[in-house]
Design a protein around this ligand. Structure first.
Ligand code: PMP
Length: 408
């Protein structure tokens, strides 16, 4: 008898089958027409996009679009090859130069996605005799990078330098000579909380460990020139590797790693997720290069943070239980019950607001989340519309807590 390879997914399939059909199903929704970075037609209705990670609204930036169009016409639709074969064009090198300039680092390596950048860097750097210490709330790409490599993986409590110190102290007692890589994120994507990088970097250095920061949700958003949380917290000289993505504030697709390690370039010859996949299409490379230049010199950050505070504070004032308590472009409402969260999502889309429904196991503490990510391109009117609809639906579904969070 053939064993059904799909049997292990039966529970997931059953859950999926119980979801509402049609326009209220969060997993089958599609953008029928994109109108702008903040609006689309969904289910035939004009809808405000409140969950797209399009932090800087770069997807329709005129200069970035023009650069992509020009590259498309002059260099074609794709490279049809890996970076180590025919897939390195001058424009890929120019993008890496732009990244070096952006971060002020010696080295920059561009990957086809941020997911692959984490896979590649983590799995390659930490070998069989090495250790990786990761924050327990790390993104899937960090966990997958660990799974792909051969190092021993140790988790420490989320955003907890003391716990990291405890684990590193224990590790150094048993293995004083081992190579160690600590991996954290600048901003955590689900709740939008920031890492205490100063303390985490200090602990890492105390134990002679390297530290890598994934700035996927913080590039463009934080720091005087948009380099992220490491820049905002003034600890860039303490960070050994920064990984990031072009798929959020940069408005296109692709990933990267920057570093000052003198041997960094050897990774181009040993890092499999860099070598064994096709390189980014020239149009993507061109728009990423242009967007990076714009992001370094913009005042959009102020507008983005003002928008974020308007939404976060507004939601807390209405009485929602919020996951975010600091400055963050992410606003996450914690919904006690999963079915309530699914219903919440369905009602919001009918009211013309698209948010992200985030459910366990993809969420910290197994929260059911209505997650919003704000854009500098949102207007105050759009944010007020979101607030009005959140309140309306929250009351309708009986989700609103009595007490507003005072910390936001
Ligand atoms: N790291 C983090 C923290 C992320 O949130 C994401 C995307 N959700 C990635 C890496 C992967 O980025 P990409 O979309 O470029 O694959």
């Amino acid at each position: 008898m053939t064993v059904d390879l799909f049997e292990k997914f039966d529970a997931t399939l059953n859950n999926f089958r119980q979801l509402p059909e049609g326009e209220s199903n969060p997993f089958t929704v599609s953008m029928e027409k994109i109108l702008s970075p903040t609006e689309a037609i969904i289910n035939g209705r004009k809808t405000i996009l409140a969950g797209t990670n399009n932090y800087m609204g770069m997807t329709f930036n005129e200069e970035a679009v023009a650069a992509a169009q020009d590259a498309l016409l002059t260099q074609g639709t794709g490279t049809t090859g890996s970076r180590v074969l025919n897939g390195t064009y001058n424009s890929h090198k120019a993008l890496e130069e732009e990244l070096k300039k952006f971060y002020g680092t010696e080295h920059a390596m561009v990957f086809s996605t941020g997911y692959q950048a984490n896979l590649g860097i983590i799995a390659t750097l930490a070998g069989p005799k090495d250790y990786i210490l990761i924050d327990a709330d790390s993104h899937a790409s960090i966990y997958d990078g660990c799974a792909m490599g051969n190092a021993t993986v140790i988790r420490f409590a989320h955003n907890d330098p003391e716990n990291l110190d405890k684990r590193l102290t224990r590790l150094r007692k048993s293995d004083p000579e081992a190579g160690v890589l600590v991996v954290v994120e600048g901003v955590y994507s689900m709740l939008g909380d920031q890492a205490p990088l100063k303390e985490l970097a200090a602990v890492s250095k105390k134990h002679n460990a390297y530290i890598l920061v994934d700035e996927a949700h913080s590039i463009g958003v934080f720091g005087a020139t948009g380099r992220g949380v490491a820049q905002a917290q003034g600890v860039e000289d303490q960070i050994d590797f920064i990984v990031g993505t072009f798929s959020k504030s940069v408005g296109t697709i692709g990933g990267y790693c920057v570093s000052n390690h003198p041997k960094f370039e050897v990774l181009r010859l040993v890092c499999r997720p860099y070598m064994f996949t096709a390189s980014l299409p020239p149009s993507v490379v061109a728009s990423a290069t242009k967007a990076l230049q714009i992001i370094a010199n913009t005042n959009l950050r102020e507008k983005l943070l003002a928008n974020s505070m308007r939404l976060n504070k507004g939601l807390a004032k209405i009485g929602f239980n919020m996951g975010t308590t600091g400055e963050s472009p992410i606003a996450a409402i914690i919904v006690p019950d999963m079915h309530q969260a699914i219903a919440f999502w369905g009602e919001m889309i009918k009211e013309g607001v698209y948010v992200n429904l985030a459910l366990p196991p993809a969420t910290p503490n197994n929260y059911n989340l209505m997650r919003c990510s704000l854009s500098a391109a949102h207007t105050n009117e759009q944010i007020d519309y979101m607030l009005e609809k959140f309140e309306l639906v929250g009351r309708k579904l009986g989700i609103l807590s009595d007490k507003a969070l005072e910390t936001v």
